[in-house]
Design a protein around this ligand. Structure first.
Ligand code: PMP
Length: 384
């Protein structure tokens, strides 16, 4: 039976064109980009080329404003702790939404130990940040506000431009985690009014092990990782050249292909949503229209997400997710589903489908049948 992969928010396969692009560099070997000899200079050139490509994906002023990291978690940590600690004289408050990624929330919680105050901005039942509450909560001493561009568990796209206007009127800097949104919807850091923005290579079909942080000209932050002073002194450590050059090429490819691919996936997504909502007591989570084009997320009453995931995988060879891969170890209900107002028992019955390049419209009947049979079977077995 053919495999159908529907968990692109957790990990994406590398685009094979990136491997072709990287092959000559991998074969000839990389010099250390900090070395002054010709092999070092060639590696430095490769990194600068990747920086430009990442900058173009988000319309940054220039490649010089992109810092490479090991991934989105590190970018979020650097953006939040680095900016808050460097600007401590301006204030000791930070704010984030109730549905932001755990790496954002935990970076902010870490700041509590240094005497910071953390404000959580509520969202509505669709996951949209309440800009009225944001306006009430932020004060001039809120140095960093972090709101994600789009949510990885429920697909909701936030009104980032509006949020940026509130932040710049009331607080200081807006950091945006664009891990789930980049490459699926257009992002323009300049017109969106974003001061810092997180990206992840593997979420745009690039290799694992690279991420990026955009830092707007003039924004000052202190490093978290100290050492040889690479990446403008903001992220020391010898660069992961394969991951970085792969992330650059992934950015170039996805920028070129995004509109067409998102349109293709949106059609599959809408058909899946229409059909799955015909199942009794099946509900969409997240916003019905302001959502990522590759994202369909649901909850089913009376059954457990983990059982759905295992049944779909073992019986139908279809890989889905039950929420954030990052917190699935704890089996606690997702903080995102609780924040949109679901009761604990309802938050346990979630299923998230995230589409990507390997999916096609012909797979829809198989997926629908698998979901229907799985829900039916588990409900029959359920004691509830
Ligand atoms: N932010 C968001 C929105 C995510 O979905 C993820 C996980 N893909 C991360 C941050 C963390 O990414 P990573 O584990 O690759 O560092």
């Amino acid at each position: 039976m053919r495999n159908i992969y529907l968990d692109h928010a957790s990990s994406m396969p590398i685009d094979p064109r990136i491997l072709d692009f990287a092959e000559p560099f991998l074969k000839s070997g990389f010099g250390n980009p900090s070395s002054l000899h010709s092999m070092g200079l060639e590696s430095k050139r490769i990194i600068e080329d990747a920086r430009e490509k990442v900058a173009e994906l988000i319309n940054a002023e220039d490649g010089g404003y992109i810092i490479f990291t090991s991934g989105a978690t590190e970018s979020n940590n650097l953006a939040i702790k680095g900016t808050a600690l460097r600007n401590i004289k301006k204030g000791k408050k930070v704010a984030t939404s109730a549905i932001d990624h755990i790496s954002v929330i935990n970076s902010m919680k870490e700041l509590l130990k240094s005497g910071f105050e953390l404000k959580i901005i509520p969202v509505d039942s669709m996951g949209i940040v309440d800009t009225g509450k944001l306006n009430d909560i932020l004060t001039k001493d809120t140095t960093v506000t972090s709101i994600m561009y789009a949510n990885n568990e429920i697909g909701t796209i936030e009104p980032i431009k509006e949020i940026g206007e509130v932040v710049h009127e009331k607080g200081l800097y807006l950091h945006v985690d664009a891990t789930a949104a980049a490459g699926r919807i257009p992002i323009d850091v300049q017109s969106d009014g974003i001061d810092l923005l997180t990206l992840s290579s593997n979420d745009i079909y690039g290799p694992q092990g690279a991420g990026a942080l955009y830092i707007k000209p003039g924004v000052k932050l202190q490093p978290i990782l100290l050492g040889g002073g690479q990446e403008r002194g903001l992220r020391s450590g010898t660069e992961d050249l394969f991951a970085i050059l792969g992330m650059g090429e992934a950015s170039r490819i996805i920028k070129k292909e995004m509109n067409k691919e998102s349109e293709r996936l949106r059609e599959i997504r809408d058909k899946l949503i229409n059909e799955i909502l015909k199942i009794e007591e099946a509900y969409l989570t997240g916003h019905p229209t302001r959502r990522l084009p590759n994202h369909a997320s649901f909850r089913f009453s009376g059954i457990e997400g983990e059982s759905i995931l295992l049944n779909m995988d073992m019986k139908y060879h279809i890989q889905v997710s039950t929420g954030s891969a990052c917190t699935s170890k704890t089996l606690e209900p997702s903080h995102v589903l609780l924040a949109i107002g679901l009761k604990h028992e309802d938050a346990h019955g979630s299923m998230v489908l995230t589409l990507g390049k390997s999916n096609n419209i012909g797979e829809i009947p198989l997926i629908i049948r698998a979901v229907k049979e799985t829900v039916e079977r588990l409900r029959k077995l359920s004691p509830i």
